[in-house]
Design a protein around this ligand. Sequence first.
Ligand code: UD1
Ligand code: CA
Length: 490
Amino acid sequence: MARPAPHDLTVIVLAAGGGTRMKSKTMKVLHPVAGRSMVGHVLAAAQAVEPRRIVAVVGHQREQVAAHIRSLVPDVVLAVQETQDGTGHAVRMAMEAVLDGGAARGTVLVAYGDTPLLQGESLRAFAANHEAAQRTVSILSGIVEDPFGLGRVIRNHEGDVEAIVEEKDATPEQREIREINSGILAFDAEFLAEVLPRIGNDNAKGEYYLTDAIGIAREDGLTVGAYALDDVMQTEGVNDRAQLARAGAEMNRRIVDRWMRDGVTVMDPATTWIEADVVLAQDVTLLPGTQLLGATVVAEDAVIGPDTTLKDCEVGAGARVVRTHGELAVVGGGATVGPFAYLRPGTQLGAGGKIGTFVETKNAVIGDGAKVPHLSYVGDAEIGEGTNIGAGTIFANYDGVAKHRTTIGRHAKTGSNNTFVAPVTLGDGAGTAGGTVVRRDVPPGALAVSSGPQRNLEGWALRKRADTAQGQAAAAATEGERDVSHDDGS
Ligand code: UD1
Ligand code: CA
């Protein structure tokens, strides 16, 4: 059950660091995990706590980062940290932006923009625990196997929290401690505003450590404590591409798990990728090698895969999509797609329709029960219900300058190897013969035929290709005939 949100809560998200170890022209917190930026995941967790306000601290590439954050949280308070002088300095910038000379109130939660696995429920539980225990400062802590690089939670003989010591400043004994600072801290806002200017930078990194606030609070005789998160992985920061991949795999594992518990059959979780914003109905089946990305929505009993990628697609109930790549496409209920289909943006396949093997579609509205079964390109087209498009048909939508539309009516039957030279219209119930190049409109019920009558040039291969395998095969096949005709003639 969701715990009640604290009454006057500010969440500060730090996103000013450069992320040098990513070795990327993209700012670290903008790198996606499961289809959402890392900072996007953290902001979603922050929003889930229903805070009074969210403050984001930006620095490196602040224009892009700030614009991205504002697009996700329009009423965010942005604070700029010109130089990255440490987490204490970053939070000071945030508090100055919020307070603007006014008094601090309530609770302040500090989180980092590079912890994509963080869940809103964990933040909420931590904030509630902090307020219930009436502490001045709370640490969201965790016990880890390998604490290297992290701040250690130092406790006295009574087990009370005394301080956080950073890796670089820790004694060898302190480095043995496996209780770590996840980085997420909760503060009484008044204390935080008062303590930030008191934090110095006399340490191994020459930075203003936010974590020094804990030791100072203790010296002031204030209450400090830690709330341990069992699922400490949620607070793991991503610093390089290897950690990015690990966070992505872990998030995917969690998402796939959740969908399986919600009634989705996933034959091979290890090769199935489902992004954070995808929505699946009960009794959907995902076969190996399936990637469901973006805002893809799949209705019940649909079967997707194997080896299918769908981004921002909508798949209707009971549809079957096999070995397909699709983007911004809609597949109707009970329709079938693939194997080996490429659905480009603007594809809309009606209920019970078919887009078959080696078919590419773009801006194509294909009616209920209509079929494009084999080896075709359908671009900028509308195909009426129940119509069947012959194998190997090209909708020639581009004249070299502009794109044009082809419209085909209901229950039309077109022959194999047609070319529809757009703009062109075929009426309801129209037909075309094999090999037709349709350049003029075809009225309802008419049959269009454009190829000329066939001529056979007898013995052509024998005369022109005598020395080739073709000529010899023709000679062998017609020998008897020639002998007979010779006998007859003598
Ligand atoms: C910090 C904590 C450490 C904790 C660890 C958890 C401090 C001093 N130490 O260490 O106790 O175990 O996180 O991962 O807080 N940032 C800014 N501006 C700055 C500096 C940092 O915005 O001037 C942001 C970074 O972009 C990053 C976050 O704050 O998202 C953490 O900073 P980082 O320097 O990585 O702290 P750690 O040394 O990992
Ligand atoms: Ca870090």
